[in-house]
Ligand binder design. Structure first.
Ligand code: NI
Length: 224
């Protein structure tokens, strides 16, 4: 290597490395996220939660889910969409029906109960099997359209309420957990989507569980 190349390498190192180190110490900013005081620069691999609940950040995610499901499932053969993981488990089609039922009967109804200071604060228990009745005879495409409609309306409704911290601290009574806050309910609404997206991916992945052969050792998704 000539002295010139060595010099230019040194220059790159001197100019660039401090920048890289500085960027790795600076958390990425996204609207609405609140960063806690940090003790170390371990952001990319950190395992503890780094964001506290922010309504708009949740709504931004919640309104994407219909599009995610349309892209993932729309037009796919039933071999992907109607297979489950075995007896008493759900297919992606069943999960979609469950998400629709939640939009229609659960999240908004429970929010109304929490926000209504006069009425009974007890939630109505959620029917986890309603989708088997309600989805009957409907195509996957119909369910995807229905989910988009009802989710879009619900997100718009929540936005229109301009919920402040006082409202988010209000409580209702869950049939199993007892007192829960609106903040917990709306966080759960968000995480519930992610939970079922993982489930849908897992059910689909398992369809090829034996076909991956020895690579099953690297594919935790089909072993869990
Ligand atoms: Ni669920």
């Amino acid at each position: 290597m000539s002295q010139n190349s060595v010099d230019s390498l040194k220059r790159v190192f001197v100019l660039f490395v401090p920048f890289v180190v500085k960027s790795s110490l600076t958390p990425p900013t996204s609207p609405g996220s609140r960063w806690r005081n940090r003790k170390s620069a371990t952001l990319p691999y950190e395992r503890e939660p780094i964001m506290s609940f922010d309504l708009n950040s949740s709504l931004v995610l919640l309104e994407r889910t219909p599009g995610v499901l349309e892209t993932l499932l729309g037009g796919l053969a039933p071999t992907w969409t109607h297979q489950n993981e075995g007896a008493d488990t759900w297919s992606p089609y069943d999960v979609l029906g469950h998400l629709i039922h939640g939009e229609r009967t659960d999240w908004m109804a429970r929010m109304d109960i929490i926000l209504n200071d006069e009425g009974d604060k007890r939630f109505v228990p959620f029917d986890r099997f309603a989708q088997f009745r309600e989805s009957e005879g409907k195509s996957l495409g119909e369910l995807l359209r229905e989910f988009r409609e009802v989710r879009t309306a619900n997100v718009a409704h929540v936005r229109s309420l301009n919920l402040d911290d006082r409202a988010l601290d209000k409580t209702g009574i869950h049939p199993t957990f007892g007192e829960v806050t609106l903040r917990q309910l709306l966080s759960t609404w968000t995480v519930h989507d992610l939970d079922h997206l993982v489930q849908i991916s897992r059910v689909m992945a398992k369809q090829l569980k034996t076909d991956v052969g020895p690579w099953v050792a690297f594919l935790r998704i089909v072993r869990d």
